[in-house]
Write a protein that binds this ligand. Structure first.
Ligand SMILES: Cc1ncc(COP(=O)(O)O)c(C=O)c1O
Ligand SMILES: [Zn+2]
Length: 437
């Protein structure tokens, strides 16, 4: 008997696929129109959601009634997704001091996810669980690093083989984590775009399931629970959402989550999406700036550059071919948001400041997000009275080399006369000056 909990529905033609078993059999495309983009919908009225939110399980699995898994014994979890949203008052004070804005700054601490400390962990947890439920034994994924690490971890726990295609510039640490769990790494001599091509060919050659990218309904279903978590922890949706973007699963998933629960939360709407890219790999920002300049001509969403082998020092964000831009740019436009570029040569300044003020060590992609908050203020894109949510994507453990950037208080000494007590305030001022100049 087929299950009645959920179904997938094609965004192109409305065709329904009964479950993930069939979805995988039909190669993750709609059998009617060939579209890759289907969404999961549930046969429920969501009346229980407010009560389920109160459940104190520290994982997104509390939302199982709204996730496409039937048997809870298939759950593969490292306690992810129930991470805290924290108010960082010193960022609010800065906005007041520098721009006379009274705002709330909330930070979603994905570095505290139990799997690998990134916002990829919820997707990997749901994926591993669904694969277990459907008897999948082989999987493959192309990734700039964090998705690979997370999928390799969770699929290893589930006993599922996972082949990972990493671009030339991916961090050694990403490769090491995948390898350590006995999963296979294919390291390319080229960029992420080429890694995706090769992974697709590999999947076809060996008839292996492949991650279908940023619109993958599994990733979307996992990440939509961010909306539930913010409602639970903040009691409302933030007005502004800031994230370092590469493919853009975040905004797509938030949009899905908001549409899904509108019957129980009437009037709920997307935050203003402010998406950040480093200046050395900023195809979406370039496309957006052109569209703004030309006042959004017809088909603006299909007009974007492709950057071959991007030279960014943040490999996690090195996606030079933003295939999802057509989808994401529309969401950003509808929300009155924007794409913003930051100077990647300065991200360590932001990471040092956050380490000092919050005692939290950021990974480089998270430093891009924080830097984007400051840049949004400079560009006048945050308004008085707003609640801004920073979706912090990773902690320092994802990029051990970046930790060296945190060294700035050392003195080379050979005599005790050179060693004097210090006041931390000195460093604090120095860190803020680096940001404000
Ligand atoms: C920490 C971090 N921030 C941002 C991103 C970009 O996310 P997305 O590809 O969903 O836009 C990633 C993904 O690679 C990431 O791992
Ligand atoms: Zn279709």
């Amino acid at each position: 008997m087929t299950q009645q909990k959920y179904y997938l529905q094609c965004l192109g033609c409305g065709h329904k696929t009964p479950d993930f078993g069939r979805w995988f059999e039909q190669n993750q495309i709609c059998t009617d129109c060939g579209s890759k983009h289907s969404e999961v919908w549930y046969n429920t009225d969501y009346q229980d959601l407010p009560r389920i939110m109160k459940n104190n399980l520290k994982s997104f699995w509390k939302y199982l009634p709204y996730l496409p898994l039937i048997d809870s014994s298939n759950i593969i979890s490292c306690v992810e997704g129930g991470v805290p949203v924290q108010q960082w008052g010193y960022l609010e004070e800065y906005a007041k001091r520098q721009y006379n804005l009274t705002i709330q700054v909330q930070v979603y601490r994905n570095d505290l996810n139990g799997g690998t400390g990134t916002f990829k962990d919820v997707a990997a947890s749901l994926a591993a669980s669904i694969f277990k439920e459907h008897g999948i034994k082989q999987y493959c994924v192309a990734s700039t690093g964090n998705t690979a690490t997370s999928y390799a971890t969770y699929l290893s726990i589930a006993g599922i083989n996972c082949s990972v295609f990493l671009p030339k510039n991916a961090l050694k640490a990403s490769e090491a984590f995948v390898s350590a769990y006995g999963q296979q790494v294919f390291r390319l001599k080229e960029d992420y775009t080429k890694s995706k091509v090769l992974a697709t060919e590999y999947a076809t050659t060996h008839n292996i399931l492949i991650s279908s990218g940023n619109i993958d309904p599994i990733r979307i279903e996992a990440k939509k629970t961010m909306v539930f978590e913010w409602l639970r922890q903040l009691g409302k949706m933030p007005d502004v959402y800031i994230q370092a973007v590469s493919g853009g699963t975040g905004p797509i998933a938030i949009d899905k989550g908001v549409r899904e629960i509108q019957s129980v939360y009437p009037g709920l709407k997307n935050p203003r999406f402010i998406l950040i890219q480093p200046d050395k790999c900023d195809p979406m920002v370039q496309a957006w700036e052109k569209a703004v300049k030309e006042d959004f001509p017809l088909n603006y969403e299909n007009d974007y550059p492709i950057i071959d082998n991007p030279k960014t020092v943040i490999p996690i964000l090195a996606n030079g071919h933003p295939a999802t831009y057509p989808l994401i740019s529309k969401l950003v436009k509808e929300s009155n948001g924007s794409f913003i570029r930051i100077n990647e040569a300065k991200i360590a300044d932001y990471a040092r400041l956050i380490a000092y003020e919050s005692k939290v060590l950021l990974g480089p992609a998270s430093a891009v997000c924080i830097s984007g908050f400051f840049e949004s203020l400079r560009k006048g894109q945050i308004k008085n009275g707003e609640t801004v949510l920073l979706n912090m994507g990773e902690g320092i453990n994802r990029s051990p080399d970046f930790v060296n950037e945190m060294i700035y208080t050392s003195n080379i000494v050979d005599h005790v006369d050179q060693c004097k007590p210090h006041s931390m305030d000195y460093y604090r001022n120095q860190l803020w000056e680096a940001i404000e100049k």
